[in-house]
Design a protein around this ligand. Structure first.
Ligand SMILES: NC(=O)c1ccc[n+]([C@@H]2O[C@H](COP(=O)([O-])OP(=O)(O)OC[C@H]3O[C@@H](n4cnc5c(N)ncnc54)[C@H](OP(=O)(O)O)[C@@H]3O)[C@@H](O)[C@H]2O)c1
Length: 234
């Protein structure tokens, strides 16, 4: 039997009734918004993972110039890097080409781990190491998401991982069959803004609709509904 170190993945999101996820401007009380963190904590996860765009908008220290990002590495395979220190919880960012700059290796007490492809430059990796940011190198063009998840388990001992947006990374992970559960907090809000990110966004026609099995429904503060679904095997 093949042993896998892949963690259990729960996609945890706050969405409008129409499935959109850009929450700025939503008429929702602070208590309603707080349900996101409260429900997150109930899973007692070891870490959380976001796409490059979400991290750029909410957490990164800046963005590298296009000319820097374009400098690609073509040499022998390089090792992943696990920064020294005792880290108990982790923030993972899928940033395939190393676009993001980081000033610190800590996001609200969670150790930062960048997941890039194997072409990112030595210069970028050296900057990550200088700041104590760990990294995983997986894949040659995008990121090899199954491999990255195996390494998340193997290097950092993560058993329960919250996948927390945005729609692009959620869509990639779902399409790759890597999401075990979906936990959606449905806000009592209709967004209606065409073109804003949705729970699962996959470009092109490569996505097959997925059947889900309802696990539970719970009404929370401010009329927020917590829906839990198991993703059925294809
Ligand atoms: N309501 C909520 O709970 C919630 C939670 C999180 C985020 N959000 C919102 O969601 C919005 C952002 O969503 P988004 O869909 O635009 O961006 P995103 O999912 O945060 O990031 C997308 C990026 O991730 C990388 N990526 C995705 N799939 C990949 C793959 N298979 N391999 C390698 N890299 C991959 C790509 O980076 P590159 O472009 O560098 O290639 C892609 O552009 C923001 O407005 C944020 O506030 C809402």
């Amino acid at each position: 039997m093949t042993m896998t170190t892949r963690p259990r993945v729960i996609c945890h999101m706050l969405a409008s009734l129409d499935g959109r996820i850009v929450t700025e401007g939503w008429p929702l009380s602070p208590e309603g918004r707080r349900q996101y963190e409260l429900v997150h904590a109930t899973y007692e996860p070891d870490g959380w993972l976001c796409g490059r765009v979400t991290m750029q908008l909410h957490f990164a220290g800046g963005v590298r110039r296009d000319t820097e990002v374009a400098r690609e590495y073509g040499g022998a395979p390089r090792d992943d890097f696990v920064a020294p220190g005792d880290h108990e919880s982790f923030a993972f960012v899928v940033d395939p080409r190393g676009k993001l700059r980081w000033e610190s290796n800590d996001i609200d007490g969670d150790h930062l781990v960048a997941i890039c492809n194997e072409r990112v430059s030595d210069e970028y990796l050296s900057a990550l190491r200088e700041r104590g940011v760990s990294y995983i190198l997986a894949g040659t063009s995008d990121v090899d998401l199954p491999l990255a998840l195996d390494r998340i388990g193997a290097h950092f001992g993560v058993r329960t991982l919250m996948l927390e947006g945005g729609g692009g990374i959620n869509g990639s992970m779902l399409r790759a069959g890597l999401v075990d559960e979906i936990s959606v907090l449905v806000a009592p809000v209709v967004d209606g803004r065409v073109g804003t990110a949705a729970l699962f966004d996959v470009a092109g026609a490569s996505m097959s609709p997925r059947r889900l099995a309802l696990e539970s429904v719970e009404q929370r503060s401010d009329d927020v509904l917590w829906l839990r679904y198991r993703v059925e095997a294809t």
